[in-house]
Design a protein around this ligand. Structure first.
Ligand code: B12
Length: 278
């Protein structure tokens, strides 16, 4: 039986500032067997410490215990890299440490990708996705791409630092239903807007549903630049993408009603979360 552990709950991860022993006492993954909870905390610390030579072993151990790939990504991998981000922001970590942690994430994702993609059963349409020009961050974009693929999409991942012109060329070549822009820097988020402007100028806007995401991106930004959907994480991105090719397939990109429908998905998610927390 595949082992899926609660990862949607928002955890306080302050304990990750101290040590492994302290993390063990946290209330994360209390629904997991003791040895799995321990393994998850080891994996968090493996990512924080950037010990990429051991990451694959932790992942393999978890997979052998039948933990699902999704649980690993949304669970200990997400909390580990979040603590790395906090340390970087607080000047406790510098670029070399962050690069080591990113290497752990990449090694783990490389192992998990085939498992996630194997979930694909149908073909629901093509998505072109890329990190915008000037930006080299791709961990989150890769996760979104993997989850979309598992949900039945054919994903054309253009990689990092993709120019607006390269997005246009890929749109012409692959004829996607959805185009996704990732940006992790406040200095590159504007390239989402620039790319969208070029898409409009090229007369392609109505054919495409435009998704935006990345740490500095918000619903406000999505509204401001006139994108169709904001995805705070991979799960909501998949839910909105499925709605775009399903229920709202007949709506055009940039249409006000489509934008409203995407906001309604967020509203319903918030409502369901609040109900679950009661
Ligand atoms: C890992 C990392 C790096 C790695 C990237 C490795 C890689 N291959 O990706 C390296 C070391 C290379 C790096 C470099 C830099 N980084 Co950096 N980095 C990070 C860090 C710590 C984690 C990012 C990450 O992978 N998060 C985990 C993933 C899972 O989350 P995510 O990316 O947000 O993705 C999720 C959602 O956002 C969403 N999503 C993402 N993309 C998309 C796309 C679509 C279409 C949708 C719908 C959804 C969606 O779904 C994802 C999954 O749930 C962040 C800290 C942070 N808090 O984000 C800083 C951070 C982004 N980096 C930062 C900086 C400053 C830099 C550098 C400029 C540092 C420097 N001085 O050189 C360079 C920039 C290089 C460049 N030109 O891009 C700053 C940005 C600050 C700012 N205001 O702009 C941050 C926020 C750190 C900080 N707190 O100061 N970095």
């Amino acid at each position: 039986m595949p082992l899926t552990i609660e990862t949607e709950k928002e955890f306080d991860i302050e304990d990750l500032q101290y040590d492994y022993e302290d993390s063990l006492k946290s209330d994360r993954w209390l629904d997991a067997p003791k040895e799995i909870k321990e393994l998850f905390h080891e994996l968090e610390w493996n990512i924080i410490d950037g010990e990429h030579q051991d990451t694959v072993e932790f992942i393999k151990e978890a997979l052998e215990a039948e933990v699902t790939a999704r649980t690993l990504i949304a669970g200990p991998m997400a909390t580990g890299i979040a603590e790395v981000g906090r340390r970087f922001k607080m000047d406790e970590y510098f670029l070399p440490e962050v690069m080591m942690s990113a290497k752990c994430m990449h090694e783990a994702l490389a192992l998990l990708k085939p498992l996630i993609i194997a979930e694909k059963t149908e073909d629901v349409g093509t998505v072109v996705i890329g990190t915008v020009q000037g930006d080299l961050h791709d961990i989150g974009k890769k996760i979104v791409a993997m989850m979309l693929e598992a949900a039945g999409f054919t994903v054309v991942d253009l990689g990092v630092s993709v120019s607006p012109e390269d997005f246009i060329a890929a749109i012409r070549e692959h004829n996607p239903k959805i185009v996704g822009f990732s940006a992790l820097l406040t200095t590159t988020m504007n390239m989402q807007w620039e790319t969208l402007k070029l898409i409009t100028a090229e007369g392609l806007r109505e054919e495409l549903k435009i998704f935006v995401g990345g740490a500095p991106i918000s619903q406000n930004w999505c509204d401001k630049i006139g994108a169709d959907a904001y995805g705070a994480d991979a799960l909501v991105a998949v839910e909105k993408a499925k709605a775009c090719v399903g229920k709202f397939d007949n709506m055009k990109g940039g249409e006000e009603a489509l934008h409203a429908a995407m906001l309604e998905i967020d509203r319903q998610r918030e409502e369901a979360k609040a109900a679950a927390a009661e």
